[in-house]
Design a protein around this ligand. Structure first.
Ligand code: HEC
Ligand code: HEC
Length: 389
């Protein structure tokens, strides 16, 4: 049951999540511009010590996360009706066997092992990617990718991504699928506006590609460990080698997903065709039905309804009256969010059986126009901004 899966839209459902305790900080100093030294030869990826969240609370989160309190807040899930367990409390022999598999298969930070040639996760790529990661990403995402970097990671909210559950938010591959390599590259290039995740647009494309590969490597390693520990906690058998092969196929499948469709020509922002699309999108957004957009993005996102994320952390639905969107505000970015949902936060996907292509684009036109009153037809503008100053 601990496999990462699409959380249902309602917070009441049982979701298995992982959480964490602090890993010992590894003193690795690097300066900008100087060629990065490799990781110390004796350094290993430490076995996971932070809590596995076996069940999320039924109730919505009482408040947003607090910077610096990630692990305390995950431990507190038990008090709200969730269920968490410390890996240390699980059978030692089974844990050691899992750790041995991980070390033999993935190697160490200084000596990573080839995982997949098709995904470019070869020793050579990983060595270079790991060095770049150490200078650019380590402070936030940390050695194992647990998002608990001792320098910055623990002190920003939202917390940096914990890659170890194999779950990512901003994908264009499909509902609940792994991100495409291009999705990781877009996140690395643009950053996630409105969060601490900075843009790395000044790096060479080849450097970003190496970093994307290293994120995949840590994610696959972390997901095997996560699922293996969950299996131990639940007394199930677990075949790490088979699971590894399946995960590699999942990442490959994401890359092979069909491209996103192009937006229809709705004319310029002031044209009647554009305004009609915005009006239809407004009606879909505010429709009175279960799980409509407005039920989570209340008051167009001004009063966000908090939700638990698969990591046991708290997500805040986007406020569309502001101009930043983490995953990008181009029509195709917003199309992908609506069509495929944001699986790790339980924002539902909206497949063609629910919304036609035209309806998704209507929602896209509406959502991307909200911050710009001039793009809204007067009736819609009055509904969103009833008291203009
Ligand atoms: C200053 C802290 C910080 C640094 C440095 C940083 N990140 Fe992030 N990163 C974040 C935060 C915060 C998030 C999550 C934001 C959220 O969930 O809304 C994130 C999320 C991500 C994601 C997840 C995107 C998704 O779709 O879920 C990826 C991939 C990522 N970062 C890669 C990197 C890489 C690669 C580097 C180094 C080149 C890096 N980050 C450096 C803070 C940082
Ligand atoms: C069950 C709750 C829920 C529903 C229903 C929902 N969303 Fe979301 N949505 C969220 C959450 C939570 C986030 C924030 C994810 C994050 O930033 O961590 C989000 C984020 C988004 C984003 C991306 C923002 C970004 O920063 O890139 C878009 C676009 C979006 N929602 C559109 C919609 C639309 C349109 C609908 C209706 C078709 C909808 N949502 C329905 C919960 C929901």
């Amino acid at each position: 049951m601990c496999r990462h899966r699409l959380p249902p839209a309602r917070p009441s459902a049982m979701i298995l999540v992982v959480a964490a305790a602090l890993l010992a900080a590894v003193p690795i100093g690097t300066g900008c511009g100087t060629p990065a030294a490799n990781y110390p030869a004796q350094l290993v990826f430490p076995p996971r010590s932070d809590r596995l969240v076996l069940q999320l609370p039924m109730q919505p989160p009482p408040k947003e996360n607090t910077a610096g309190r990630l692990d305390e807040e995950i431990a507190a899930l038990d008090a709200y009706g969730g269920r968490t367990v410390e890996p240390r409390s699980l059978a030692e022999t089974a844990r050691n066997a899992l750790d041995q598999f991980l070390t033999e298969t993935f190697g160490t930070p200084a000596e990573p092992r080839t995982i997949s040639a098709t995904l470019k996760l070869t020793r050579e790529h990983l060595l270079e990617g790991g060095r770049l990661y150490k200078t650019k990403c380590f402070d936030c995402h940390n050695l194992t990718g647990d998002g608990r970097g001792a320098k910055s990671g623990q002190f920003v909210v939202p917390f940096p991504r914990d890659y170890r559950q194999g779950a990512f938010k901003f994908v264009t591959s499909g509902a609940g699928l792994k991100p495409r390599r291009a999705d990781l590259l877009r996140t690395i290039h643009n950053g996630l506006p409105g969060t601490a995740m900075p843009p790395f647009s000044l790096l060479q494309p080849g450097e970003r590609d190496l970093l994307a590969g290293y994120v995949m490597f840590l994610s696959i390693r972390g997901q095997i460990e996560f699922e293996g520990l969950c299996a131990i906690a639940e007394g199930r058998s677990f075949q790490p080698a088979e699971r590894l092969a399946a995960l590699v196929r999942e990442w490959e499948a994401a890359d092979a997903a069909p491209p996103l469709p192009s937006p229809p020509d709705d004319g310029d922002y002031e044209s009647p065709t554009y305004h009609e699309a915005v009006r239809r999108g407004y009606q879909l957004f505010t429709a009175k039905r279960e799980n409509s957009c407005i039920s989570c993005h209340e008051d167009f996102g001004r009063k966000p309804v908090l939700r638990y994320e698969v990591w046991g952390t708290v997500a805040k639905p986007a406020n569309f009256t502001e101009t930043t969107l983490k995953g990008g505000k181009e029509p195709h970015d917003v199309y992908a969010r609506i069509r495929f949902g944001i699986a790790p936060v339980g924002m539902p996907a909206h497949p063609p059986s629910q919304y036609t292509e035209r309806e998704v684009w209507d929602l896209v036109r509406f959502v991307t126009s909200i911050p710009y009153p001039v793009r809204l037809p007067p009736d819609v503008r009055d509904a969103i901004y009833p008291n203009p100053e």
